[in-house]
Ligand binder design. Structure first.
Ligand code: GLA
Length: 443
């Protein structure tokens, strides 16, 4: 009897203990909820502008930035949408560990300070970006933000900065995810504590499947791979540091769903206009057609479009490429849909996406060495029963007429042809060639 009583008592105690444990755990989890999705509401379309790194490395200064802003205003880039002017690594005063140096701008390179440049940009309807990293030093060896994130975010905001590239230099490759997340969460929270909205770019080489979790921390864009090379076929395998244009493109296939308004997959800065003369990147340069293809692809997949070339000296072809408003509009489309690869016939690939107005952007890519004839069928490739549709060529700036059959196009080696197709309601006579003149009546 006594035994039974004791057993009951100890069973009761076990239950009481378990109940206390459950209550305790519930209280703790209520006090520390799982990190909720955060958003600063910025970058509803991918950031478009210029960044100093690809051409100039850390050899940057006030004069260069002012001249670049002036050039972007006078050559039409600003009006086409290139509003970000981003200082990359090298604006800082000191090289070496943050524990040994404060983070300050270099007064020799930037005699009037960063806020002067921010004002200069804002007065012209543009925005200023800056660069730091979560380590003791940045990739080029300048002082980083480790342990000073809140203080640095406050300083950037007080200068009037609009964008921060926060660069881990491909470190922490095999670090646990919570460690990685902490790095970017700390800076994201610090930026969000400022009155000024600052776009956050996590430059992290795609480690730790960053696309899966960065948006929830409030990151606005994240690199999906390592640095781009200035070419289409950088020799060697993909374990090497540099990714050529096609490597970056392939890296993004399957990641489309993570990208959308406010949070974008970043395929790295543009190489258009570098022409093999980059101060920083490997690669011997690409042809005009290849640079245009690269720009078309980045527009289709909604990568940020940050020009890496010297905007003061762009050749006419590069400028025309970068300011093609019809192609840029695909990147800036408010729906934010990322193009999917809808067909892969070896070297011939088709990418497509639906735009906000219900039309579709279609890109025909020829990765091969010889010109190819490519065919596109809305019904087969988009799974849309589009029996009658108009086609517009966004590089030739021509409407090609109305079709009720698949359309074909000649695509040169490494060329991408880009079209916007729009469904019509009833059937008319079909047209099968893209290259004939369009009938006026087809408009
Ligand atoms: C890394 C980044 C580059 C550039 C440099 C600066 O390599 O990937 O885009 O910012 O650092 O040091």
């Amino acid at each position: 009897m006594v035994d039974q009583l004791q057993r009951r008592r100890s069973t009761g105690l076990v239950w009481l203990f378990a109940a206390v444990l459950v209550a305790f755990a519930t209280a703790i989890s209520a006090a520390q909820p799982a990190p909720a999705a955060k958003s600063n509401g910025l970058a509803q379309t991918p950031p478009v502008g210029w960044s100093s790194w690809n051409q100039f490395g850390d050899d940057i200064n006030e004069q260069l930035v002012i001249e670049s802003i002036d050039a972007m205003v006078s050559n039409g880039m600003r009006d086409a949408g290139y509003v970000y002017v981003n200082l990359d690594d090298g604006w800082q005063r000191y090289k070496g560990k943050r524990s040994d140096h404060p983070l300050e701008f270099d007064p020799k390179k930037f005699p009037r300070g960063i806020s002067y440049l921010a004002d200069y940009a804002h007065q012209r309807g543009m925005k200023l970006g800056i660069y730091s990293g979560p380590g003791q030093t940045t990739c080029a060896g300048y002082t980083g933000s480790e342990g000073h994130e809140a203080e640095d975010a406050k300083m950037f905001a007080s200068w009037g900065v609009d964008h921060l590239k926060y660069d881990s230099c491909c470190s922490h490759r095999d670090a646990p995810k919570d460690e990685l997340q902490k790095i970017f969460r700390t800076m994201s929270n610090s930026l969000m504590a400022q009155k000024r909205g600052i776009v956050l770019h996590a430059c992290h080489c795609g480690w730790g499947d960053i696309w899966e979790w960065a948006a929830a921390l409030g990151v606005n864009h994240w690199r999906i791979g390592q640095d781009i090379s200035d070419d289409f076929n950088y020799p060697g395998n993909r374990e090497q540091y540099y990714f050529d244009v096609l490597d970056q493109l392939d890296r993004g296939v399957g990641l489309e769903k993570y990208s959308g308004p406010g949070h974008w997959n970043d395929y790295d800065m543009l190489i258009v206009g570098l022409n093999g003369k980059s101060g920083q990147l490997v690669g011997t340069g690409a042809s005009n057609i290849e640079y245009r293809t690269h720009f078309s692809l980045w527009s289709m997949v909604n990568s940020p479009l940050l020009v890496g070339a010297d905007v003061r000296k762009l050749d006419a072809y590069s400028l025309e490429t970068l300011t093609n408003k019809e192609v840029l509009a695909l990147n800036q489309d408010p729906a934010g849909n990322v193009a999917q690869k809808v067909r892969d016939d070896g070297d011939l690939e088709v990418f497509a996406k639906e735009l906000e107005d219900g039309s579709h952007a279609v890109l025909l890519l020829n990765r091969g060495a010889a010109t190819a004839t490519m065919t596109f069928s809305p019904r087969a490739d988009l799974q849309v029963p589009m029996d009658r549709y108009t086609v517009r060529d966004l590089w030739r700036h021509r409407s090609l007429g109305t079709y009720d059959i698949p359309f074909t196009a000649e695509v040169q080696s490494h060329e991408a042809r880009v079209f916007r197709i729009r469904q019509l309601s009833t059937s008319v006579n079909g047209r099968s060639s893209l290259d004939g003149p369009e009938p006026e009546s087809a408009q």
